[in-house]
Unconditional design. Sequence first.
Length: 226
Amino acid sequence: MNALLRLLVRTLAVCTLFMVGSADAARREVPLRAPQQLLEMSTDVVLARVLPDVEIETSTDGGWSRRDFTFSLLVEDVEKGGAKRGDRIEATAWHRAWVGLGDPPPSSAGHRPLPLAGEVARFHLRRTDDGVLEVVLPNGVELATSADPLDPVRYGEPPRVEPDEGDAPEDAAAKTPADPFGWEIILILLALPVLVGSLKQPGKARWTLLGVSLVMFVAAALIAIS
């Protein structure tokens, strides 16, 4: 009886670990697909230009910030499916980023990379039961080799505004507070103790210090009116 109980406990433990491991694996990032896999999973494969009217819907799910994209595409070549050159079709994709506390849970971040308006890319698409064309997860968009797949703008971030180098010196000057102690103030502050000290000196030393202080006062006045 004890042996049977131990066997039953071990079997339940193995089944529990398998179920937990399977659930965890299901939540992990979807691995990149090979070209042949993308082709087999697609109902439509087109070379198309992304038109300017890209729709982006933002939502939150727990600690995730999600963006759903709808791309309007002008078909330039057809490799699979019923589209024709010159057709305008729509394709959907999504991407999300973890904005919650701590590390993100094992889960997919969505499609990567995504195209930008004006680019020509190869789209591996899968038609749903509702007739919607979805980009195959996760790498169903093949960009040109010259494109930067890590550009945050691709995932809905606003373009970064670079500072104008020509305006940099003026901006720096505008941000620098004016010095309240100009040279005229400094000269006056230096001349006052010289003047006071000269009154305590006898004879020639007095006149020398008075002359020095007078020169400093005159210099301060000239600076102030210049």
